[in-house]
Design a protein around this ligand. Structure first.
Ligand code: PMV
Length: 336
C-alpha cells in the first residue's frame, strides 16, 4: 500500500480566464494572471492511497463519497497515467482519494482550483511523475494549473491544438511584492446557480462583448498586468484588476440568457472601494469577483486595518465577517 498527502492553495485571477477554445482539453481563449494565496488559509488537502487490496477506485470530497465518473477527474487520471513512472505493478492498483477544503465548495472561491491542483500534485508524487504538472491540473479544472505555483502566475493559453503549450509559469514569487494583502469577503457561501463551465460556454457562444474582450482588450492588458506586477506598481495593478473583473461580469451579463454572479452586496462592495479610493485621492484597494458574489480585495498591508475599519462601518455586525472570520473563512489571507 502507498499513501501520499499534499496541500494546495487557492489562486485568485486578476486577469480572468473565461471561455474555452477546446472544452475537452480545457484550453482557454486567453492568457490569465493570478495571485496564489498562502497555505494557511484557503486550501485543499488531498490524500491518495493505492493498494492491491482495493476492489475499485473511490473518491470522498469533504467526507462524502462522490462518483469517480466525473469527466474532469477522469481527465486528470488519464493525464497522470500517460506520464506515470512506476513499473512495480502499482500502476494497476486501485486508488482511494480523500479531499477536503477548509472553505465552502463551489461558492466562487476557486475551490476547484485548489482541489485539482492538489489532486494533480498528490497523484504526481504517488506515480513519480516528473516535470511541469500544471497541464495535469488543467485537465481537471483550468484555473487549477495556476495553483501549482506560488506568488504571481501566468497561464499561457498556448496555440497547439494538443494543449501541450497551455501551461502555467510563475511571473514572480510572493516575496517580490510582500506588502500585498488579500481579503476575502464572503457574501454568500451557497453553491452558485450557473457553474463556471456552463457560464463560460454560454458566454462564449452568445456574448459579443466577450469576443471584444478577448480579441481587443486582453492582448494588451495581459502584458500591462505582468509589467505592473514586476514593477510592483499598485496603482496600475489595482486599476487593471478592477477593470478586468468588471469586464468579465459585463461579458456574462451580455450572454443570452445572462449569467448573473454578483448580487446587491457585491455591488455595494464595488461602490465602497471606489468611494474609498476617491476619498484617499489614490488607488489603495482593488476588488475582483469570480463566478460568484464573493469579493476579493487586494491592498497593501499598511492599509488593511483602515479598510477593515471602513468595512465595519458600512457593514456593521454584517454577515460578511465576524471577528475576521465568517464560518471559518478568514477575511485576511496573505500571499505566501
Ligand atoms: O477553473 P474554473 O473552471 O473553475 O474557472 C475559473 C474561472 C474564474 O475563476 C472565474 C476565473 C479564473 O481565471 O480563475
Amino acid at each position: 500500500m502507498n499513501t501520499v498527502t499534499c496541500v494546495a492553495p487557492v489562486n485568485i485571477a486578476v486577469i480572468k480566464y473565461w471561455g474555452k477554445r477546446d472544452e475537452n482539453l480545457i484550453l482557454p481563449v486567453n492568457d490569465s494572471i493570478s495571485a496564489t494565496l498562502d497555505m494557511d488559509h484557503l486550501c485543499a488537502k488531498t490524500t491518495v492511497t493505492a493498494s492491491p487490496d482495493f476492489k475499485e477506485n473511490r473518491i470522498w470530497l469533504n467526507g462524502k463519497e462522490e462518483s469517480m465518473q466525473n469527466p474532469r477527474l477522469q481527465n486528470c487520471l488519464r493525464e497522470i497515467r500517460k506520464r506515470a513512472q512506476v513499473s512495480n505493478g502499482m500502476e494497476n492498483w486501485k486508488i482511494h482519494i480523500r479531499s477536503e477544503n477548509n472553505f465552502p465548495t463551489a461558492a466562487g472561491l476557486a475551490s476547484s482550483a485548489a482541489g485539482y491542483a492538489c489532486l494533480a500534485t498528490t497523484l504526481a508524487k504517488l506515480y513519480k511523475v516528473e516535470g511541469d504538472i500544471s497541464g495535469i491540473a488543467r485537465a481537471g479544472s483550468g484555473s487549477a494549473c495556476r495553483s501549482i505555483y506560488g506568488g504571481f502566475v501566468r497561464w499561457y493559453s498556448g496555440s497547439d491544438p494538443t494543449g501541450i503549450d497551455s501551461i502555467a509559469r510563475p511571473i514572480a514569487p510572493a516575496t517580490h511584492w510582500s506588502e500585498i494583502r488579500i481579503l476575502i469577503l464572503v457574501v454568500s457561501d451557497s453553491k452558485k446557480k450557473v457553474s463556471s463551465a456552463e457560464g463560460m460556454k454560454r458566454t462564449l457562444e452568445t456574448s459579443e462583448f466577450l469576443k471584444h474582450k478577448v480579441d481587443k482588450i486582453i492582448p494588451t492588458r495581459i502584458n500591462e498586468m505582468q509589467k505592473a506586477v514586476l514593477n510592483s506598481d499598485f496603482t496600475t495593478f489595482a486599476e487593471l484588476t478592477m477593470k478586468d473583473s468588471n469586464e468579465m461580469h459585463a461579458a456574462c451579463l451580455a450572454a443570452y440568457p445572462p449569467c448573473v454572479y454578483m448580487n446587491d452586496i457585491s455591488h455595494s462592495i464595488v461602490d465602497l472601494v471606489h468611494k474609498y479610493n476617491d476619498a484617499t485621492g489614490t488607488i489603495k484597494a482593488a476588488y475582483t469577483f469570480d463566478a460568484g458574489p464573493n469579493a476579493t480585495i487586494f491592498l497593501k498591508e499598511r492599509d488593511v486595518s483602515e479598510f477593515v475599519g471602513i468595512l465595519n462601518n458600512f457593514f456593521p455586525m454584517s454577515d460578511l465577517y465576524l471577528n475576521g472570520y465568517l464560518k471559518g473563512i478568514p477575511i485576511k489571507a496573505a500571499l505566501p
